[in-house]
Design a binder for this molecule. Structure first.
Ligand SMILES: [Zn+2]
Length: 340
């Protein structure tokens, strides 16, 4: 397997996030990047560093003003000597407020919906590098007609065109999928991160050329709460091309793999030229988010099922957080994917 990464991805590493009335350990530590890379090195995959190719592939999916904001927000924040060490919003518009201000705190709230995306000096270079990993991964898939693993971190599937949320800044999977449509016409995405891929869903909601399927914890019971319901099926030219399968808390391998089969049946019916997996491992029985009970054997089976499509495939890393088992999940998935 070709593994694409960039060392700048480790530059974003805030230690804490504010949640449940206190600062708790940040789930998306730079250590995740090192674990994924070490695992793929140990398993003797081919490792390449992504070239940095500029903003164009990013603003194909994201709003220019949002990208410019991400590039400059840390410098603007740091110009205030009495502000804290990390950029953290404290006010947001709701569904009843629709005007965008220019003052920093107001603008920060406009482009975010929670405290889950603290920003440091290294955040933009890391998010930019993570997106470039998806871009280069997609380009290698398109050039060879085979598959590539985009070791993206920070993850991306919660990011909207103009919104950071859920430890995501730029939507790597959407950037990669959009890029693949230029070569293949149609692309299908299956998102197996335990959280609904709300940003990806929004980006392709009205598009006829991208199928989006997500398997995740029922949003009535868990984040991201406000999207991911089974009755959300797309609109306009994208009607019927969003397929959500919310599952209950503590879902284990058998029903989860049935949902993978149901998603892959939709993919086959859609007949895309390329396939993208939003590859989260936070559905694991060992993940600190403690939501589903998927075993390593479940990840082997999922890998096997994805490979059986025999499509050019871009595998984009999403969630999956620090535990002694994290590298093993990645290893297991690729044992299935490459052994198929
Ligand atoms: Zn997740």
């Amino acid at each position: 397997m070709l593994v694409v990464h960039h060392p700048d991805q480790a530059l974003h590493d805030p230690a804490l996030v504010f949640r449940t009335g206190k600062f708790i350990d940040q789930p998306d530590r730079a250590e995740r990047y090192r674990i994924f890379l070490d695992t793929m090195r140990r398993d003797a995959h081919q490792i390449v560093e992504a070239p940095l190719q500029g903003l164009e592939p990013i603003i194909d999916v994201h709003d220019k003003d949002y990208v410019a904001f991400l590039q400059t927000v840390y410098a603007r924040w740091s110009a205030n000597p009495d502000y804290g060490p990390e950029v953290i919003p404290n006010v947001h518009p709701t569904h009843r407020m629709h005007r965008k201000p220019t003052e920093l705190l107001g603008e920060l709230g406009w482009y975010s919906n929670s405290t889950s995306c603290p920003i440091t000096a290294g955040t933009w270079p890391a998010a930019y590098a993570s997106a470039q990993v998806a871009v280069h991964g997609a380009d290698r898939v398109a050039a060879t007609g085979t598959s590539a693993y985009a070791l993206c971190r920070p993850p991306g599937h919660h990011a909207f065109p103009d919104l950071m949320t859920g430890v995501c800044f730029l939507n790597n999977a959407a950037i990669g999928a959009h890029r693949l449509t230029r070569t293949y016409g149609k692309a299908a995405i299956v998102d197996i991160d335990v959280h609904h891929g709300n940003g990806t869903q929004f980006i392709f909601w009205e598009r006829a050329d991208v199928l989006f399927c997500s398997i995740h914890v029922d949003p009535r019971l868990g984040a991201p709460y406000y999207a991911g319901y089974a009755d959300e099926t797309g609109a306009g030219p994208g009607t019927g091309l969003t397929f959500n399968q919310p599952l209950p808390w503590a879902t284990d391998d058998a029903p989860w793999l049935d949902a993978v089969d149901a998603a892959l049946a939709r993919v086959r019916a859609f007949a895309p030229g390329a396939f993208v997996v939003s590859l989260g491992f936070d559905a694991s029985e060992h993940d600190p988010v403690a939501t589903f009970k998927i075993t390593n054997e479940g990840f082997v089976q999922a890998g096997r099922k994805f490979a059986a499509l025999r499509l050019p495939t871009l595998l984009v890393q999403e969630g999956g957080y620090l535990s002694p088992h994290l590298g093993r999940h990645l290893h297991s998935f690729f044992r299935g994917f490459e052994g198929a």
